[in-house]
Design a protein. Structure first.
Length: 235
């Protein structure tokens, strides 16, 4: 077992955000969660990181039950979130933003090694390392947000709507970045409204509708579904 949620339910007040959601991510894979805005996709990620408490259900990661654990303990286990909207510190430099992602590490050699890996993955960030994050382009800011997440050396990288606000050519590049991260040994759980991107990079997907999983399976099954074709793929 790598990541597994068992019938997780979350209420916001009296409203149900997600209900009885069970999903799995196998180690070394990319799994996508697709669905319309407000379907509950982001709530799942927030629940995994301990940002939103469960009303019921369980979350397991690498044989540890993580629901109810402090956020810092979940991150130490190897789960990291790249949040929707990037949530960078715009007046801090690229380098400072990256280092904040490694705040759990005290070893300067380890931090510098992580930075080298990030700069190999995103050479543009090396060029912009002393520039304020708020002055970067949208695509560069997303690369920085991903780089900051990777600085925590995650086993599972959760990504919340990374394509939001990006130009089509940048979204295409983003897809290659996600696959490259996965090839480097990081499992990825991707939440995306851009279904073409979500299904292009993943080997398995879940479709969410009004807080419930309505379809799950490998990518070929998802792509061939009439429901998915009509709702998302123009079929």
């Amino acid at each position: 077992m790598f990541l597994k949620t068992k019938n997780i339910t979350v209420f916001y007040g009296k409203s149900i955000a997600i209900q009885d959601v069970s999903l799995e991510v196998a180690e070394g894979t990319i799994v996508s969660i697709i669905g319309a805005n407000g379907a509950g996709k982001s709530t799942i990620l927030r629940s995994l990181l301990g940002l939103t408490p469960l009303t019921s259900g369980e979350i397991w990661f690498m044989e540890s039950k993580i629901d109810g654990k402090p956020i810092i303990d979940i991150v130490k286990l190897g789960v990291t979130l790249v949040p929707e909207g990037r949530q960078l510190f715009p007046y801090l430099s690229v380098l400072s933003n990256l280092k904040l992602g490694a705040s759990l590490y005290k070893d300067k050699v380890e931090i510098n090694n992580r930075l080298e890996e990030i700069f190999k993955l995103f050479p543009r960030l090396l060029e912009r390392r002393n520039q304020k994050a708020g002055t970067l382009s949208g695509g560069e800011q997303q690369m920085l947000a991903i780089g900051r997440g990777l600085m925590a050396k995650p086993k599972l990288l959760c990504m919340d709507e990374p394509s939001l606000g990006l130009a089509p050519i940048v979204i295409e590049q983003l897809g290659e970045v996600i696959k490259d991260i996965n090839r480097r040994g990081v499992s990825v759980l991707l939440v995306e409204q851009n279904v073409h991107l979500a299904l292009e990079v993943a080997s398995r997907a879940y479709a969410l509708q009004v807080g419930r999983v309505v379809l799950e399976g490998d990518i070929d099954k998802i792509k061939s579904s009439d429901t998915i074709k009509k709702a998302y793929l123009g079929g």
